[in-house]
Design a protein around this ligand. Structure first.
Ligand SMILES: NC(=O)c1ccc[n+]([C@@H]2O[C@H](COP(=O)([O-])OP(=O)(O)OC[C@H]3O[C@@H](n4cnc5c(N)ncnc54)[C@H](O)[C@@H]3O)[C@@H](O)[C@H]2O)c1
Length: 418
């Protein structure tokens, strides 16, 4: 069946991308190795909250979106967009094996005139050094026989003001014609397209955006640790700084980085920089500070139990509230909750969790919300579905790692804030 666009990877990035193109009148085929995901999409059932099933069903029923596990679907498309995971290996080095395998599957099916765009976050050079040579095993030449570009995805899952459609889309092609071809495609579906001079510039821009976040989060996390010693409320300080209308951008401290991007992507650049005898010290330092936060939080929880209830971590019954990596999403990838629960258990605490968005986590099941039944409650993720005034009322001790309780509970000896 003839389709305009194929999207490889029907995940957090691929699904909203498919919706945006389909809404713009294009026909889209999603190619994914997960047969369960594929069958769900073809029934109009979405596994990604940013794409509600109701909307997906209309697009599927209208023939605009379908999914398949079969790469042969690529034969009939004009453009192939790759939205696959780019994790780190256990040695914390870039693991491009998923992208590489998919590109190997694309190469024998590549046709003259097709456009291929990599959307996955990665180090500068990936499109040219990794994707291009594999695609050219087809006998076709990039920039001459087919178009090749990099266009990073900037979606922030759960966000409704800035979405795939209205967030400016960066496009860096291998040649000016590649940039123009890719820009033309995206212009048909997203509001603003920003052409760049090369795939490398686009690859590095995406990394800069995520490194900027990692470094600034580390800065406030370091400040939070100092504030604890100085007995200053770091949240008050950050909120006060926010009143400056210029020259300051607010980042919040927290129990550690989470999600598929910020804890991982910066190290793609660290790795690549070494090839150029260069050490990305800001990234390393930020990584060190952010990685220490779960340990700092464990000591905070221990102090709260000691001083607030004359209890030690060993033998305490604790409720972790929120295990998703950020508020109001169901995504638990790289969530700091995992490390915190592990550290608390290692210290001898009995840990349960409640999360309205996550039924199962790390071998545990979300328990009923009964904060009064525990020695202490630790807010790791501040979902808006929880009533924090009620929590402070009912719990014996609250360790608030997200400032969810705000000014409530300050001075009552019950709430301990990061
Ligand atoms: N999730 C985010 O918030 C976000 C935001 C911006 C950029 N990114 C980047 O976008 C990329 C994709 O991330 P994601 O969060 O959408 O990943 P994801 O894990 O949600 O989705 C990936 C999908 O790819 C499928 N898949 C795996 N191997 C495959 C193969 N060989 N062929 C076809 N399908 C295959 C999986 O089954 C899965 O459904 C990553 O590089 C990520 O860093 C993610």
């Amino acid at each position: 069946m003839k389709r305009d666009v194929a999207i490889i990877g029907a995940g957090y990035v691929g699904m909203p991308l498919a919706q945006v193109f389909a809404d713009a009148g294009k026909s889209v085929v999603l190619v994914d190795v997960d047969a369960v995901v594929v069958a769900g999409i073809n029934r109009g059932e979405s596994h990604i909250p940013d794409v509600p099933s109701g909307q997906l069903k209309k697009l599927v029923d209208g023939g605009r979106v379908n999914a398949t596990t079969d790469y042969d679907a690529l034969d009939e498309v004009d453009a192939i967009l790759i939205a696959l995971p780019t994790p780190l290996s256990s040695q914390r080095e870039p693991d491009l094996s998923i992208v590489r395998r998919a590109v190997e599957d694309i190469a024998p099916r590549l046709r003259k005139g097709q456009l291929v765009v990599l959307e996955s976050t990665t180090y500068p050079g990936t499109t040219r050094e990794c994707v291009q040579p594999i695609l050219e095993t087809s006998g076709l030449v990039a920039g001459t026989d087919f178009y090749l570009a990099f266009s990073p995805e900037r979606v922030d899952p759960g966000r409704t003001d800035w979405t795939t459609r209205n967030t400016p889309k960066l496009v860096g092609g291998l040649t000016p014609a590649c940039t123009e071809r890719a820009a033309e495609l995206y212009r048909s579906a997203v509001e603003t397209v920003v052409p760049l001079s090369s795939p490398e510039a686009a690859e590095l821009t995406k990394l800069l955006e995520n490194i900027f976040r990692a470094v600034n989060i580390a800065l406030v996390n370091e400040l939070a640790q100092l504030c604890e010693r100085m007995d200053i409320d770091v949240w008050e300080v950050v909120e006060a700084a926010e009143t400056k209308p210029f020259g300051f951008m607010s980042f919040k401290p927290g129990p550690g980085l989470g999600g598929h991007c910020i804890p991982i992507d910066p190290f793609y650049l660290t790795w690549k920089a070494r090839e150029y005898d260069f050490y990305t010290e800001f990234i390393e330092l930020a990584g060190k500070i952010n990685a220490n936060m779960p340990y700092f939080c464990r000591s905070l929880i221990s102090q709260a139990l000691n001083h607030g209830a004359q209890k030690s971590l060993k033998g305490s019954r604790l409720l972790v509230l929120g295990v998703a990596y950020k508020a109001d999403v169901d995504d638990v990838r790289e969530s700091p909750a995992e490390k915190i629960i592990q550290l608390l258990r290692k210290a001898g605490a009995e840990v349960a969790y409640h999360d309205p968005h996550v039924a199962e986590f790390d071998g545990l099941q979300s328990v009923e919300y009964k904060p009064e039944s525990y020695d202490g409650v630790v807010i790791v993720t501040a979902h808006t579905a929880i009533d924090y005034d009620d929590l402070v009322e009912r719990a014996e001790i609250v360790v608030d790692l997200r400032n969810a309780t705000g000014r409530n509970g300050i001075g009552n000896g019950k709430v301990w804030k990061l």
